[in-house]
Design a protein around this ligand. Structure first.
Ligand SMILES: Cc1cc2nc3c(=O)[nH]c(=O)nc-3n(C[C@H](O)[C@H](O)[C@H](O)COP(=O)(O)OP(=O)(O)OC[C@H]3O[C@@H](n4cnc5c(N)ncnc54)[C@H](O)[C@@H]3O)c2cc1C
Length: 532
C-alpha cells in the first residue's frame, strides 16, 4: 500500500499530524497504531484511570531496568497502547511548562522553538473554557476545562496559601508559580484525548485518511539513506506501507527510538549485541532520556468522602457510577489529581523547580498497592533533573519491550531538590486548612534523620510519566533531529513526538507533545514538494 505520508503511532502528536496533514483531500495519509481502537469505557470516563494505570488494559505497562538510584528497584512506565496513545490513559492535566523551557530550546540552537514562537501552536489546538486571551486559544479541537472539585481540593489550595505560597488560577498564564486547581482536558465529563479531539470528528469524513489499528511497525524501509516507508505486522502478517513523501515517527519516547534501532539507525555498540546491521550511524538515538522523578506522600484520613476502600466507600463508588452514567458528573468525572503547584525550593531560583500533584485518594506504587480506608496524596517531582538515562533494545524482536533506563536519582542534585520539595509538600499537608481531614502520612512515621529520609525517598520514588528526549532535537553529535524535526543524515524521515524535546519541560508533557504535533505538521506541509 502506498500513501503520501505514513505516520507511526496514534498518540498525542500522531493524532494531530494525521488530522492536519489529511486536511488537504489531495494528500493521502496512513496512521499506524499498534494498539486497538479507543473503545474502552475506562478511557473515556476520567475516573477510569484508576483501572488503567496499574494494568495492561490499553497500556504497554513497561518496566525499567533496575535503578541504581532507587536501591536496585525496577520502575514502572505506563504508556498508552490505543488510539490517542498516552493521552488516552493520562491524568488529563493541561500544563505547558515554563516559558523559559522553550527559550532554552531555542538557545540550544533550535530556531523557531522559543516560547513566543511555540505559543501560537499551543493556542491553535486549544478550546479554553473561558475563551481566548493572550495565552489561550478558543475554538480548537482540544478542550481545556475545569473540574467540579472535591471540597478537600480547595482545602489543599488554602493549605498552600497558609504555607506561604501564592494561589495561581492559571499555571499556563503569565506566571507559573503557586498552588491552585489544574486545568484539564475533560469536556462534559469525558476525557478529551488526542484521538477524541483530532480523530473522532473525522470519522467517515476523510477518505484520504487511513487509520490502521493493531498494526505494529517493525522497521523502516530504507533505500540507501532514503526512507521509503515502514514494515508493519498486522494480524500476524507482514505488510509494507510505502510513503511517497515522508515517514513520520510519532511512537513516543520509547517506541520511536526502539523502531529506529530495530532499523539499524543508532550506534553500532547498541546494535551489534542484537545482530542488527548498522544502516546509519546516529549515536544519539535512545540516549538523553529524561523523566520527572516523583515521590508520593500518601495520607490516610478519617473522612470517607475521599476516594477509598471501605464498606461506605464501595457504596459511594456504586452510587458514583450510576451518577456518572446518568449525568457524567460526580466522583468518576474527575481525574482525582485536581490541584497542584509549582514551587521554588530556593528563593534564589528564577523559576519553580518542583511540581506538586494533589490527589483525592491514596496513591501507592501507581495504584498497584491498594490500602483499606480513605485518604489523600501529594506527589512531589523534580522538574529539571540532572540524571540522564537511555532507551535501547532488549532483543532484536520488534514485539519485545524496549530497554528503559531513566537512571532516576543517579545525580545527588536531584536527591537534594526532591528532599526540599518533600519538606515543602509536607508543610502544606500539615497546614490548618487540611486539619479537618486529620491526614496521617504513611511510611514516614519512623523516619527521623536526613539519611533515613533520603533512604525513604530512594525506596519509593518513581516516574510521574513524562519521559522525553530520547531522539533529541539539536545540532550536536548526539542530536537525532534538526530544528525541523528531520532525522540527521536520512531523507524523508522525521520524528514528531515527545522524544524530540531537547530538555524536559517544567510541567506535564501532553500539551507540549500536542504542540510538537501541530508545529511538526506545519513544517511537513511547508516543506512538501509536489509529487508527480
Ligand atoms: C499514566 C500517565 C499519566 C500522565 N498524565 C499526564 C497529565 O495529566 N498531563 C500531561 O500533560 N501529561 C501526562 N502524561 C504524559 C503525556 O500523556 C505524554 O507525554 C504524551 O501523551 C506523549 O505523547 P507522544 O505523542 O510522544 O506519545 P504517545 O501518546 O505515548 O503515543 C505513542 C503511540 O505510538 C504507539 N506505538 C508505539 N510503538 C509503536 C509501533 N512500533 N508501531 C505502531 N504504533 C506504536 C503507541 O501505542 C502510542 O499510541 C501522562 C502519561 C501517562 C502514561
Amino acid at each position: 500500500m502506498e500513501f503520501d505520508y505514513v505516520i507511526v503511532g496514534a498518540g498525542s502528536a500522531g493524532c494531530v499530524l494525521a488530522n492536519r496533514l489529511s486536511e488537504d483531500p489531495a494528500v493521502s495519509v496512513c496512521l499506524v497504531e499498534a494498539g486497538p481502537r479507543d473503545r474502552s469505557p475506562l478511557i473515556h470516563m476520567p475516573g477510569g484511570i484508576i483501572g488503567i494505570l496499574p494494568t495492561r488494559h490499553v497500556n504497554w505497562a513497561f518496566k525499567t531496568v533496575p535503578q541504581r538510584g532507587l536501591g536496585g528497584r525496577q520502575g514502572y512506565q505506563p504508556r498508552g497502547r490505543t488510539l490517542g496513545g498516552s493521552s488516552s490513559i493520562n491524568a488529563m492535566i493541561y500544563i505547558r511548562g515554563h516559558r523559559s523551557d522553550y527559550d532554552g530550546w531555542a538557545a540550544l540552537g533550535n530556531p523557531g522553538w522559543s516560547y513566543d514562537e511555540v505559543l501560537p501552536w499551543f493556542r491553535r489546538s486549544e478550546d479554553f473554557h473561558a475563551g481566548a486571551d493572550a495565552f489561550h486559544g478558543a475554538g480548537g479541537e482540544l478542550h481545556v476545562g475545569t473540574l467540579a472539585a472535591h471540597p478537600a481540593t480547595q482545602a489543599f489550595v488554602e493549605a498552600g496559601r497558609a504555607a506561604g505560597h501564592r494561589v495561581n488560577t492559571d499555571f499556563n498564564g503569565a506566571e507559573q508559580e503557586g498552588v491552585g486547581h489544574y486545568h484539564v482536558t475533560i469536556r462534559d465529563g469525558r476525557r478529551c484525548s488526542a484521538s477524541v479531539a483530532f480523530l473522532h470528528p473525522l470519522r467517515g469524513m476523510r477518505p484520504n485518511l487511513t487509520v490502521l489499528t493493531g498494526a505494529h511497525a517493525t522497521s523502516l524501509v530504507l533505500a540507501g539513506k532514503t526512507v521509503r516507508g515502514v514494515q508493519v505486522r498486522m494480524k500476524g502478517r507482514a505488510l509494507e506501507l510505502r510513503a511517497r513523501r515522508e515517514t513520520l515517527l510519532a511512537a513516543g519516547a520509547f517506541g520511536t527510538p526502539q523502531l529506529l534501532l530495530l532499523s539499524g539507525v543508532g550506534s553500532e555498540a547498541e546494535l551489534r549485541p542484537h545482530g542488527i546491521a548498522l544502516r546509519h550511524a546516529l549515536p544519539g538515538v535512545g540516549q538523553g532520556l529524561v523523566d520527572h522523578p516523583d515521590y508520593v506522600l500518601p495520607y490516610t484520613t478519617a473522612d470517607t468522602s475521599l476516594v477509598g476502600f471501605s464498606l461506605s466507600g464501595a457504596a459511594a463508588m456504586a452510587r458514583a457510577l450510576f451518577e456518572y452514567r446518568a449525568h457524567r458528573t460526580g466522583l468518576f468525572a474527575s481525574n482525582f489529581a485536581e490541584a497542584g503547584g509549582f514551587l521554588r525550593t530556593d528563593a534564589a531560583l528564577g523559576r519553580p523547580d518542583v511540581q506538586l500533584h494533589w490527589v483525592t485518594g491514596i496513591v501507592d506504587d501507581h495504584n498497584r498497592k491498594l490500602h483499606l480506608g480513605h485518604g489523600m496524596s501529594c506527589h512531589v517531582c523534580v522538574l529539571r533533573p540532572q540524571s540522564r538515562g537511555s532507551v535501547g533494545l532488549q532483543s532484536a524482536d520488534p514485539l519485545a519491550p524496549p530497554r528503559i533506563d531513566p537512571d532516576f536519582l543517579a545525580h545527588d542534585a536531584d536527591v537534594e531538590v526532591l528532599l526540599k520539595g518533600y519538606r515543602m509538600a509536607r508543610d502544606i499537608m500539615a497546614a490548618t486548612p487540611l486539619a479537618r481531614y486529620a491526614p496521617r502520612e504513611l511510611y514516614a512515621d519512623k523516619v527521623r534523620s536526613e539519611d533515613e529520609l533520603v533512604a525513604l525517598l530512594r525506596r519509593r520514588t518513581d516516574s510521574v510519566y513524562h519521559p522525553v528526549g530520547s531522539c533529541r532535537m539539536g545540532r550536536d553529535e548526539m542530536a537525532v533531529v534538526d530544528h525541523r524535526l528531520r532525522v540527521h543524515g536520512l531523507e524523508r524521515l522525521r520524528v514528531v513526538d515527545a522524544s524530540v524535546m531537547p530538555t524536559l519541560v517544567g510541567g506535564n508533557t501532553n500539551a507540549p507533545s500536542i504542540m510538537i504535533g501541530e508545529k511538526g505538521a506545519a513544517m511537513v506541509m511547508e516543506d512538501a514538494t509536489p509529487i508527480h
